[in-house]
Write a protein that binds this ligand. Structure first.
Ligand code: GTP
Ligand code: K
Ligand code: MG
Length: 492
């Protein structure tokens, strides 16, 4: 009997209502029959530059530029003299690689020219390629778009590749590489298969419900599968903002009373003089934001005005902006002058900002806070230091640098919690688009549970599965593809 049901499952997977991973024909850019070429390595003087082509005229281009030589063996680097086909003038002695499709990055016939990286060589080879009939310069992202169109990459892998190219920190690179390796796509395909199976069970019941041949408990089986999927989706969605923070940077805000040394710390962490430091309290007024790589994580670090009441209107506006920015922080660096802990401004700061963030810090979605007591170099001479009822803290001196290593280690731990550690755990959702489709899937599963009518329940499962397939690119609309491929540079 189960064999019968599996045939049905297979039918449901193949059937006309399937929302499958078929590539939309719109995935190819207009005029995709053309052969494209571009410089694929970075612009400017370099040791070696890579120029590549993709499309049916690639072999012709290679023959023309290396005339009278034949095509080199596939996927082997060969040394060839490149000449301009119009004048016969030698351009460079280069390594050439011939990748006949479909075993190439784009799935089409491709050629790579590894030439010496001088600007004159590069422009000479590009001009020579432009003179070959059927060749035209590539648009931004066109190579990757062709790879997608030929099923070499799915949409989440394309996004991973874009992120890998733009990755500036180690953690970003790790996350992008995992996505390029297809982990998120793999997960979604597994979930989509689960839904296909559940759908087959429900449809079998609709078609053969009265039939004694049908195994008992078919609907219960579908319910169990849906429930498990709801749990998995919920867990991923709870994690959702972390992957996005890792992609675009976590917000770290330095706050504290005037003169605690906030600007000194911002300059120390960013290794450049972002903010003015002076002994005068109330120096910083505007929010000063700087992107930094903290312990491998991308961070937008904000310096803010010292928090105090009853000063002039300009500083009060600064304090208002500081509080506003504080609300957006993923991680708060709360700073006090260790030699001035008994002052009203220190006590007030501890009682308000530190206590209130500390109180909510047990829930998952809340802000995180690190309390830093600065100017530890003054402790022996000027103050008694932190008493026993001081909340957990780190000692630091921005002047001597003492305690900086400990602070960086604490920051690494906090940022791993804020952004998610890309080397472990399930693949993170890196874009709002991912979150949108997973939420859509979860909502549809909610409708499945609620519907009394089996036909509506089956439809809800189809909607849920549709969200998962759109996440990896099946039936992707042209606009979404345009947005994603726009992120690429020419030559990728
Ligand atoms: N001894 C000592 N002085 C420090 C340390 N860190 C900062 N200072 C001094 O403290 C004073 C205030 O430093 P800032 O970095 O301007 O402090 P701030 O918190 O940004 O001040 P406002 O912007 O005015 O709120 C300056 O004179 C710094 O040189 C430290 O670790 N030890
Ligand atoms: K100051
Ligand atoms: Mg300052």
């Amino acid at each position: 009997m189960w064999r019968g049901l599996w045939t049905l499952a297979a039918q449901a997977a193949r059937g006309p209502r399937r929302l499958c991973t078929r590539r939309s024909s719109g995935a190819l850019a207009p005029g995709s029959g053309a052969t494209i070429f571009a410089l694929s390595s970075g612009q400017g003087r370099c040791g070696v530059a890579v120029i590549r082509t993709s499309g049916p005229a690639s072999s012709q281009a290679l023959r023309i530029l290396t005339a009278p030589r034949d095509l080199p063996p596939a996927r082997h680097a060969s040394l060839r003299l490149l000449s301009d086909p119009r004048s016969g003038e030698p351009l460079d002695r280069a390594l050439v690689l011939w990748f006949p499709g479909p075993k190439s990055f784009t799935g089409e016939d491709c050629v790579e020219f590894h030439v010496h990286g001088g600007p004159a060589v590069v422009s000479g080879v590009l001009q020579a390629l432009g003179s070959v009939p059927g060749l035209r310069p590539a648009e931004a992202g066109e190579f990757t778009r062709r790879a997608f169109a030929h099923g070499k990459l799915n949409l989440t892998e394309v996004e991973g590749l874009a992120d890998l190219i733009h990755a500036e920190t180690e953690a970003q690179r790790r996350q992008a590489l995992r996505q390029l390796d297809g982990e998120l796509g793999h997960l979604c395909r597994g979930w989509a298969e689960t839904l296909t199976k559940a759908l087959a069970h429900v449809e079998a019941y609709i078609d053969f419900g009265e039939d004694d041949n049908l195994e008992e408990g078919v609907l219960e089986q579908a319910d169990i599968e849906v429930r498990a999927l709801q749990v998995a989706l919920g867990a991923h969605l709870r994690d959702a903002r972390r992957g996005q923070r890792l992609r675009s940077g976590a917000h770290v805000v330095v706050t504290g009373p005037p003169n605690a040394g906030k600007s000194s710390l911002v300059n120390l962490l960013s290794r450049k003089p972002v903010s003015i430091v002076s002994p005068e309290p109330g120096t910083t007024r505007d929010v000063l934001e700087t992107p930094v790589d903290l312990a491998g994580f991308p961070v937008l670090l904000s310096d803010t005005a010292g928090l105090r009441e009853g000063v002039g209107p300009v500083e009060q506006e600064g304090v208002r902006r500081a509080r506003e920015r504080l609300e957006q922080a993923d991680l708060i660096l709360a700073m006090l002058d260790a030699s001035d802990l008994a002052s009203p401004s220190s006590c007030n700061f501890l009682a308000t900002v530190v206590a209130s963030v500390g109180a909510q810090s047990h829930s998952d979605s809340s802000q995180r806070l690190l309390l830093v007591l600065n100017k530890s170099d003054l402790l022996s001479t000027e103050g008694p230091g932190p008493g026993p009822d001081m909340p957990p803290h780190l000692l630091l001196s921005c002047v001597t640098g003492e305690g900086l290593d400990g602070l960086l280690e604490a920051l690494r731990e906090e940022l791993a919690a804020v952004c998610g550690d890309p080397s472990t755990g399930p693949p993170l959702l890196t874009r709002a688009r991912h979150q949108h489709h997973l939420q859509g899937c979860l909502d549809a599963l909610g409708h499945y549970k609620q519907s009394k009518d089996l036909a509506l329940a089956a439809e809800a499962l189809r909607v849920a599965r549709g969200h998962l397939t759109r996440l990896t690119g099946g039936g992707g609309t042209e606009e979404i593809l345009d947005i994603i491929f726009r992120d690429f540079c020419v030559g990728k």
